[in-house]
Write a protein that binds this ligand. Structure first.
Ligand code: ZN
Length: 173
């Protein structure tokens, strides 16, 4: 869990009425990989070696423009409008999960700070998970359960996404 008092005051409250419109607009979908980090599991960006901290926002960095999200850059924290449009980062070429010890996680993410919008989704300076779905797989129930328990550290809802739910949502992870 979080060490000391969770710094949730840094994370905007999606339920706050005055912020409602803003969060309707800037909540997208993305994928992570859950990997061991110390004694717990943490979210890692699937395409970069970035650990998402619990209890405080992920702040984007960029070696190229230095000021994410750069208008002429591809930096910032990314999300997609629709879960079905997520890139299959976590699949092998034949569409099956390739890594026995890596656990794919799909979820909604709240953007804040400076935000750039595109047709597909958003890029932002800061972001925090809003709802996590750990991708379940036959034979990995104990591992998935362990990950779900550990990801509770993010203080957001954590559910298991079973294969029939993935098909219904059009998600390819
Ligand atoms: Zn940049």
């Amino acid at each position: 869990m979080c060490s000391g008092r969770p710094r949730t005051s840094e994370i905007p409250d999606p339920a706050a009425e005055t912020m409602e419109r803003r969060f309707d607009a800037f909540v997208g979908w993305r994928t992570w990989t859950a990997l061991p980090h110390g004694d717990e599991w943490r979210l890692w960006s699937a395409t970069r070696s970035t650990v998402w901290p619990a209890c405080r926002p992920l702040v984007a960095t960029c070696d190229r423009c230095g000021d994410p999200p750069g208008a002429d850059c591809d930096c910032g924290v990314h999300s997609r409008r629709e879960p079905g449009r997520l890139r299959p980062d976590l699949t092998t070429g034949d569409g099956t999960l390739g890594w026995n010890l890596l656990v794919p996680v799909l979820g909604r993410v709240v953007h804040f700070g400076r935000i750039l919008e595109s047709d597909d989704g958003w890029r932002s300076e800061r972001a925090y998970p809003a709802h996590l779905y750990v991708v379940g797989a036959p034979g990995r129930e104990d591992l998935v359960e362990d990950v779900v328990r550990s990801l509770a550290s993010y203080l957001v809802p954590v559910d298991v996404l079973e294969s029939q739910d993935r098909e219904r949502a059009g998600v390819r992870v």
